[in-house]
Design a protein around this ligand. Sequence first.
Ligand code: PLP
Length: 452
Amino acid sequence: LDVIRDVEPRVADAIGAEVEDQRSSLKLIASENYASPAVLLAMGNWFSDKYAEGTVGRRFYAGCRNVDTVESLAAEHARELFGAEHAYVQPHSGIDANLVAFWSVLSQRVESPALEKAGVRQVNELTDADWAALRADFGNQRMLGMSLDAGGHLTHGFRPNISGKMFDQRSYGTDPATGLLDYDALRETARDFRPLIIVAGYSAYPRLVNFRIMREIADEVGATLMVDMAHFAGLVAGKVLTGDFDPVPHAQIVTTTTHKSLRGPRGGMVLCQSELAEHVDRGCPMVLGGPLPHVMAAKAVAFAEARRADFCDYAQRVVDNARALADGLLRRGAKLVTGGTDNHLVLLDVTGYGLTGRQAEAALLESGIVTNRNSVPGDPNGAWYTSGVRLGTPALTTRGLGTAEMDEIAALIDTVLGSAQPGLTSGGKPSKAQHVLEEGVALRVAARAAEL
Ligand code: PLP
């Protein structure tokens, strides 16, 4: 830190404070983790200075032999770890990985007379009229993804995201009575809508998804199945999710982030079947800038770590801990979306405590418990205030906490939320007065928590 402090002390201080924050709080954000020192160090080095557009052995810059080494290693480890036919490790983030996937499927699937005329590799020969025809062909495609309030991600066709603008989009949700995915309803929607791409995967769905059934539905309507396993990639790598619940054997294309349950550096990745590989490998320059070689080096290290036997033990403990946290909350009378969990996350409906998600998030933060507010299915409070809080166990499991501690955390959460004044909000959009009260709720709860 002294090297940084010499240049800009405020950055050095912020880094120190961040380490302190992350050490002294209970990190229950389901998408966060603690990467190992090996991963962090692999990211902070001279690879950061290197440009390497292109793919291994086929770069647009000279002097890329060391980048080739780390990119090949990361891809090889990824293929072995997930049993995938092809791995593309350049995406800078999960959103980038999804964009690469969308454009790859469009390139592969869209029957554009203009594109056929040009041949995929000779787009330079397209005339202006061909380009116009091609844009129209690409712009009229359909995507079916999980709705945001059922737990899907905004890149799965949600309107404020580019995916919702690129595609004619429809969503599938969950059964309002159980909160569970309704495959029959999804099949009906797919039959009616006939999308080019069906996106499976989630950010806030606490149960398993049967990817064999999803593929059956996709095949029936001629769609490509894309799975975004950003949240649960660590559980797939750690062999907790196998068979019907492992997306890799079932989906034509799988995207992920590398920094959540997989515990690697911040980044993304695309896995795919061989027939999509040439399209996926055009991610840069199709939608990505130059690769980040320092991050690819760290991905190689993280995937090597995940191939060790103890990562399977870690993944199992993540799930055991989530279940213990859910059981602890349920025993204390809390309401959970779907009534429990099968994976690494728990979605707590906080309306029973008379709070919005935003109030609950603030109250927990004041008490040293870091979470994020989250919509629940059919949320009456909308996406900003929400009615839920999402809790995840990957980070605290990395810190060595087990099921007994999860029960203690459940007790803490219940105490903190139960100490807030009930009736501040009761469904519907919170009133202005309620917004003003939010700070106060957090402070009162913090005071109560301090007395404990
Ligand atoms: N896909 C899913 C399912 C996610 O939950 C997220 C992030 O929360 C992303 C994609 C986007 O990842 P990133 O923030 O790395 O772009």
